[in-house]
Structure formats: C-alpha cells, structure tokens
Design a protein around this ligand. Structure first.
Ligand SMILES: NC(=O)c1ccc[n+]([C@@H]2O[C@H](COP(=O)([O-])OP(=O)(O)OC[C@H]3O[C@@H](n4cnc5c(N)ncnc54)[C@H](O)[C@@H]3O)[C@@H](O)[C@H]2O)c1
Length: 354
C-alpha cells in the first residue's frame, strides 16, 4: 500500500484527490493549516472513501500544521519513519491561490508558497523521499502566448501568485538536475478546475469571499450575491466575453492518481504537464449552461475589463494524454450540475458538518 503525504489536502482540489487515492487503496497523511478549509472536510473524505470507518485511522491521518513551521513538518516525516512507514511521495497542493489578492499581498504569497515549499523539499530530501507532484497553474503562461497553451510556451506570469508557481517549478527542476539526483517530479499546470464530487458530499468551500468565477456564480444562484459581474463584453471572442478552459475537479484528481502511478514505475525525471480539456467556454456560455442544467436564474451585469485579464486561454493537453494516458471525461454540463448539487446539499459549505 502506497503511503503519501498530501499538503493542502483539506482544500477544494486536495479533498477530491484524497478521496480518489483512498478509494484506490493508498494510505494518506493530510497536512493542512486550514487557512482556507475546515475540519469538516476530513470527515466527508472518510465518509466517501472509508465507509463503516474500517481501519480509517490506519489509512487516513490528519495533521493541522503550516508548511512554514519546519519543526512540525519534520515531525510528520519522523513519525512516519519511526512507524516503519515512510512516505513514498508527496502531493503538494498547500498554498495561497488568488492571483488578484497576491498583487496586494506579495510578501504573504511569497512567504506562504515559496518558504512553505522550500521547507517541504528540504525535509523530503533529508528523509530521502523524492517523488513529488506539484500543483502548478496555467497562470504562469501570462498574457502574450500562442494558443493553445503548450508546455513549451514562454513562461511569463503577470501576478506574484504566478511568479511563486513558476519559481517553485524552477526550484524543482534544479533539484532534478542536481548531482546524483533521484528526484521524480511532475508539475501539473491546472487550467480552471470547477465542479464537485458527484455525490455532493465534497466541493469548493472557500473561507473568505471567493475570487474564482465558479464559486461566485454559485453565490449568485443562491441569491447571496445579487448580480454576476462579467468583466468586459468587447473581447475578441464569439460573444465578447473571455474564454477559459474549465476542467472537472474529478478529472483533475484522476490526473494526480495517474501521475503518481507513472512516477512509481519510471526512473528519475522532471515533467511539466497541462491539465485542461483543451476546449474553451466563454463566461456567457458558462452562465447559460449553468442556468439550463440547473434551472436557476443568474442575473448578470457587464463591467469594464479588469487589468491583467486576457481574452482566450485553453490548454494543449497532448502531453498528459500521451504520457499518463489521461483523458478529461466530464462535460461542462456535468461540471455545472455537480458544482450546484454540492451547494444545494451544503448551502453553508462544511459549516454544517463540524
Ligand atoms: N483552484 C484553482 O483554480 C487552481 C488553479 C491552478 C492551481 N491551483 C493550485 O492548486 C492548489 C490547490 O488549490 P485549491 O483550489 O484546492 O485551493 P484551496 O485553498 O482550496 O486549498 C489549498 C489548501 O492549502 C492550505 N494551505 C494554505 N497555505 C498553507 C500552508 N502554508 N501550510 C499548510 N496548508 C496550507 C489551505 O488551508 C487549503 O486547505 C494550490 O496550490 C493552488 O495554487 C488551483
């Protein structure tokens, strides 16, 4: 049974990845500061993947700690070693993720994302745990890029958040190239993950005001925000609104499972891979589809374009298809249906499950 440490495993993407890995008989330790998540999610992960609580404490452990706290993270590795069950690898999701917030709070973003990652990599190195999947982002490509975005496109982020992701990729690449390296590394560059687990048990539940499009859309559908703001209707797209590559969180979770299995079977390497569907959906189309599949109203207004936005973003996902044999399987309709189903079942997010 593979034993993995998942940093940020209580978050939106982490909870879906952990559920899938547990269902595939992995043993997990989740470390999360809960800065953008809550304990309720851990119970939901258990409920979904370890029914009847059979051996649950043996298969899933949760530690509340911040990656910047070196001692606490080291303790997690030490304990695993003492129990004769060292980690086979790490899935590293923990970090702050709002590009717009990072413009106002660059120090917080560099400190959390970079210092946390350096601590983690140092400790991994000292415990000879050298297999890692890192959550990178399409935001590292910046604005002036050829479409679709390929892994070899120029990396030129425009936000402090994107800068932190790009620098962590570089650091991982340096580790891979270091002498006698045995590091096995995959950086997954996510496009726009949305949706929720089809059971409606887990989904996206940010602690603060959401910045991402989908949680905002959901809040408008719930009536918690009166109107959805569309930033610009004069973009060079079919309906004038920006086009993005939305990917179902379940498809994204599967990419992590396949990436880990791939690294297990192969020697040392460093890979960067896009995780997107390769299809663009405009903001206006997303609203229309959400309304149709869920039979709800989304009132919207047009606002001026936002600084730093771009017209069209979608992935070239051939590398992940070829190397991991991964395929995005879920449609935009399923993303809208599953995301709304989670909200209907949990109008207050995990607040009801503490
Ligand atoms: N969701 C997206 O749209 C998206 C897109 C591209 C990349 N990513 C990246 O994927 C990762 C996961 O994203 P998500 O949407 O699940 O975000 P999330 O905020 O839901 O999850 C991140 C988790 O990390 C935890 N965390 C933050 N800082 C920490 C620290 N210093 N120590 C320990 N835990 C910490 C938070 O409490 C949270 O549970 C992030 O690194 C994010 O940058 C997300």
């Amino acid at each position: 049974m593979k034993n993995i440490l998942v940093t940020g495993g209580a978050g939106f993407l982490g909870s879906h990845i952990c559920t899938l890995l547990l269902q595939n008989n992995y043993k997990l330790t989740i470390v999360d500061s809960l800065i953008n998540s809550s304990l309720g999610v851990i119970r939901k992960i258990e409920k979904l993947s370890l029914p009847n609580n059979i051996n649950s404490s043996n298969k899933l452990k949760f530690v509340q700690a911040d990656l910047r706290d070196y001692k606490s993270i080291k303790n997690i590795f030490e304990e695993a070693k003492l129990k004769n069950c060292p980690f086979d690898g790490v899935i590293h999701l923990a970090g702050l993720k709002s590009a717009s917030e990072s413009v106002d709070l660059p120090l917080l973003y560099w400190d959390t994302n970079l210092i946390g990652s350096i601590n983690l990599f140092k400790i991994m190195d000292s415990y000879n745990c050298k297999t890692i999947i890192f959550s990178s982002s399409a935001s590292i490509y910046g604005l002036s890029n050829k479409l679709p975005f390929k892994e070899e496109n120029i990396v030129k982020p425009i936000s402090p958040y994107g800068n932190t992701k790009s620098v962590i990729e570089k650091l991982l690449n340096d580790l891979y190239k270091s002498s006698e390296s045995s590091w096995k590394i995959v950086c997954l560059r996510y496009f726009n993950p949305i949706g929720a687990h089809p059971s409606g048990e887990i989904g996206e539940d940010p602690n603060d005001q959401p910045n991402n499009i989908f949680p905002l859309l959901v809040k408008v559908a719930q009536g918690k925000i009166s109107k959805f703001k569309i930033y610009g209707n004069d973009w060079p797209t079919k309906d004038g609104t920006p086009l993005r590559d939305y990917i179902h969180v379940m498809d994204l979770a599967k990419a992590h499972f396949l990436a880990f299995e791939y690294l297990e079977k192969n020697g040392n390497q460093y890979l960067e891979m896009n995780i997107g569907t390769g299809k663009g959906t405009s903001v206006f189309e997303l609203i229309k589809i959400f309304q149709e599949v869920n039979q709800v109203e989304i009132p919207y207004i047009y606002e001026d374009r936002r600084k730093g936005d771009t017209a069209v973003v979608y992935a070239d996902n051939l590398l992940a298809r070829k190397i991991l044999n991964w395929r995005p399987e879920r449609s935009i309709e399923e993303m809208c249906r599953d995301g709304w189903n989670w909200q209907l079942k949990n109008p207050n997010g995990y607040g009801d499950n503490l």
